[in-house]
Write a protein of this length. Sequence first.
Length: 410
Amino acid sequence: MENGLSLRRFRSQGFGTLHKNINQATESVMHTSGEVSSIAFGEHLLDLIEEKNDEDLVIYLEHLLKEYDVNTDLIIKATQNYSKNKNQQNLQGISNAAEPKWIELFRRLNATPNGTHRLIKLRERVRSLLKKNKDQLRPLDASLLKLFKYWFNPSFLVLEKIDWSTPANILEKIIEYEAVHEINSWKDLRSRLAPNDRQCFAFFHPLVPEDPLIFVEVAFTKEIPESIENIIKIDREELSFDEINTAVFYSISNCQDGLSGISFGNFLIKKVAHKLKQEIQGLDKFVTLSPIPGLMKWMEKNAPLAYENCLNEDQDEVLLKNSIIYLTESNREDGLPNDPVARFHLGNGAILHKINLHADLSAKGIKQSQGTMVNYLYDLDVVEKNHEQFFKDKVVIISNEIKSLKKKYS
């Protein structure tokens, strides 16, 4: 496709005019019927979109919202037709009339070479504009998300192991996308990928083959870790496989902001856990060592005295008590856990297993949670049952140790 449908070839064969005006270029994409011309027009339009600065992009996207919105008269007519005759044709008529034409534009742009990746980047820009109070663009953001949920169905995802032999362009992206524990050098990266007791897995999509969607870093240990220091230490003693019994998911990073709203992590962790259990004899525990990114902000708002005490002096009891409240009770309208990482793992069916004080003494760890981290336990025999129970009752499933602490501090 890339060789056969180049813009140069398109021009030479006289399929049509590639308009410099972006609105005319959009019309060309929407009104062409030929497959070849549609792809060439679409590639040209994406070039024009990407050349726009933020101000001009907003103007263009507002044009799409206005000129390619649904026709309410057609919706009314289609509904009337279906009410008179409930057949498949009239039902499809309602569906067609109710869909904004900009969705069809996105479908056509997706068909261009590298079109999916370019649309992901477009949604990143839209999300950035939304943060600047351009709320009028929300319908476009929602439409792109809806399409991405179809295009990035989990059944299309490919699980790949990332190791020191992985091509450098992908390794560079692992360094760039690492969102939990920063990778500071190639030596740092090697320490996470090269040893036999450290592994990394990523999901890829066939339409975006050289850019990971999400990846998880795994450490093999002989006990459930209480601190991140030994996990990510560069110079350490490597464990042999006959020593290990625990797989620790210590860093999970989403790579594409343009795919925000699509949950890949739950499929990734469960797939990797089952894969490792089959491959490594003696591996029987699957846990995380997870940050608590919202703890200190929550304490500042809901327990200001405790917050000040923890900032000014060592207050382990105060910190532990408030961590338990924060992780097991909810201040949210939907009743789900306060912490985003807790929502993710508990929603996957994990158990709140243990709270570890002084577990991450990095500047980021201190700022987020005064160094506190959590072990979430994935019991593969009950993980699906826990998942269903969590969303049915919105009750945090906790270990006996957490139960005892919760009783102590209640």
